[in-house]
Design a protein around this ligand. Structure first.
Ligand code: 13P
Ligand code: SF4
Length: 305
């Protein structure tokens, strides 16, 4: 059944001149059908380089919007358009404006996990792979950082000479990983290295050997001599890690670290989206033109891992 669906998707993909991009947290079968699997930064770069007419985006809404902003002449479709990011929804333009009014002339760095409207109102965008590099690149001492207070706190810890104005946003999935989980996993696997995502609580990142984006984790594990790893991020990445490193062992820090939105996309929905060319993600030109500046400014800076 899955094999049949696979070949039907591949045939349609060719007919539509489409590429399939998938985030590292997607279901295994969705990762397997994708032309490129990566983190938010990698997916933005792939979208900007894609030669196809259509991009099928298997991830959450802000990621597809980023692709739509970077590729105004391509059709961006989401197999499941209801897949959102609760953290991205925590900040609105009105709330951002209030922070800007309270901190006049302070530049705004927005995490890529934001709507196109927030990006349009920001000076520069960042991802978990480059937040330190992006903030450090600004000449200003004070920087507004939205919406993730935990990524913001991690970034602040790496650049003590800056003063970050943080917001109250957070990722509910990563907030589900507690220090007790890391301690228990370390006890059970004393030889394992602990890798956690910077969206985790500071009490969790404090216990980690490495704090990395999902793409950073994949790169780190591939180049590491170690055999065992405790993974403090969304569980979907364990499939990717295991596939790329068959001889190594991975233990989730918490079985509760599952992003329900990332799991909404299924193989059937990928097929239907290509068949019906739906649901298209469109960003109004005026917003996209402003948001593109913040994203392109980030892309010029690149990754840190
Ligand atoms: P990455 O950019 O590290 O893949 O993170 C995206 C995300 O949504 C993490 O929750
Ligand atoms: Fe958003 Fe968290 Fe899901 Fe990432 S894991 S998409 S930050 S809710």
């Amino acid at each position: 059944m899955a094999a049949e669906l696979f070949s039907k998707i591949l045939k349609l993909k060719k007919e539509r001149n489409a590429v399939i991009l998938a985030h590292n947290y997607q279901r295994p079968e969705v990762q397997d059908i994708a032309d490129y699997v990566g983190d938010s930064l990698g997916l933005s770069i792939q979208a900007s380089k894609a030669k196809a007419d259509v991009i099928v985006f298997c991830g959450v809404h802000f990621m597809a919007e980023t692709a739509a902003i970077l590729c105004p002449d391509k059709k961006i479709i989401m197999p499941e358009v209801k897949a959102g990011c609760p953290m991205a929804d925590m900040i609105t333009v009105e709330k951002l404006q209030k922070i800007k009014d309270q901190n006049p002339n302070v530049p705004v760095v927005c995490y890529v996990n934001t709507s196109a409207e927030i990006k349009a109102e920001s000076d520069i965008c960042c991802t978990s792979a480059n937040s330190v590099k992006v903030v450090a690149s600004l000449p200003d001492k004070e920087v507004i950082f939205v919406p993730d207070k935990y990524l913001g706190a991690y970034t602040q810890s790496k650049i003590p000479d800056k003063k970050l104005v943080l917001y109250e946003g957070y990722c509910p999935t990563h907030a589900n990983i507690f220090p007790e989980h890391i301690e228990a996993a370390k006890k059970a696997h004393p030889q394992a290295l602990v890798l956690v995502h910077p969206e985790c609580r500071p009490q969790v990142t404090a216990l980690a050997d490495e704090v990395l984006s999902t793409g950073g984790m994949l790169k780190f594990v591939k180049n590491s001599e170690k055999q065992e790893f405790i993974i403090g991020t969304e569980m979907g990445i364990i499939y990717t890690l295991q596939k790329q490193n068959p001889g190594k062992n991975f233990y989730p820090a918490s079985e509760r670290a599952v992003c329900p939105n990332m799991k909404l996309t299924t193989l059937e929905k990928v097929f239907w989206s290509l068949e019906d060319m739906k649901t298209e993600v469109v960003v109004p030109k005026e917003v996209a033109d402003k948001a593109r500046k913040a994203i392109e400014r980030m892309l010029e800076i690149g990754r840190q891992d």
